[in-house]
Design a protein around this ligand. Structure first.
Ligand SMILES: [Zn+2]
Length: 188
């Protein structure tokens, strides 16, 4: 019986089938048809997946080896900020000619379908505990706010209340920095 028709990761290998020693290279660019991965980070649906592959005809079938790269995104496991990073994985698998014995991957209808191979390689390489930066300090246990210092500045010591007013002097940068305390009082 025929299985499902070739998908976007299927490559026609008719030209090298049963011709041991023949070799060919291919490149595939596909948008992931669904989300890959179930953890804090995953390859999003629609993300571009780039595959470079070498197809070698060997006696038992087609030896497929290559690299896949794409981008994962999700949440930092410490501070829950968004994270996104490239990921590249190598893979190699023999797609056997059908008949001899059951194998995970088979040549079907003059095709090798790399989807499961490529997806599993990527999913297994996704970090279980992704971080937005290697030294992400996570959340403040007291306030639950992010400790991530975007500018690399140290968190200042608690301000002496006598100086707190100075903190509200307008500064020409960091407009987005959260401010607490007195509002700008118009001193003449
Ligand atoms: Zn983080």
């Amino acid at each position: 019986m025929r299985k499902r028709r070739p998908g976007p990761f299927a490559l026609n290998i008719r030209d090298i089938e049963h011709r041991a020693g023949e070799m060919r290279q291919e490149t595939i660019d596909v948008s992931a048809a669904e989300k890959w991965g179930e953890g804090l980070v995953a390859v999003a649906e629609g993300e571009n997946v780039h595959v470079r592959v070498r197809l070698e005809s060997v006696h038992e079938g087609i030896l497929v080896s290559g690299k896949v790269d794409t981008t994962y995104e999700g949440l930092c496991s410490r501070c829950l900020n968004d994270v996104a990073a490239p990921v590249e994985v190598e893979f190699q698998e023999l797609f056997a000619y059908p008949g001899d014995e059951a194998t995970d991957f088979e040549v079907q209808d003059d095709h090798v379908d790399l989807e499961t191979l490529v997806r599993d390689a990527i999913v297994l390489s996704l970090p279980f505990q992704p971080v937005c930066q290697p030294d992400c300090p996570g959340l403040d246990p007291a306030t639950g706010e992010r400790l991530t210092g975007s500018s690399g500045e140290e968190q200042p010591e608690p301000i002496d209340p006598r100086w707190a007013g100075l903190q509200d002097y307008p500064s020409d940068h960091d407009d987005d920095a959260p401010r607490v305390g007195v509002e700008n009082t118009e001193k003449s």
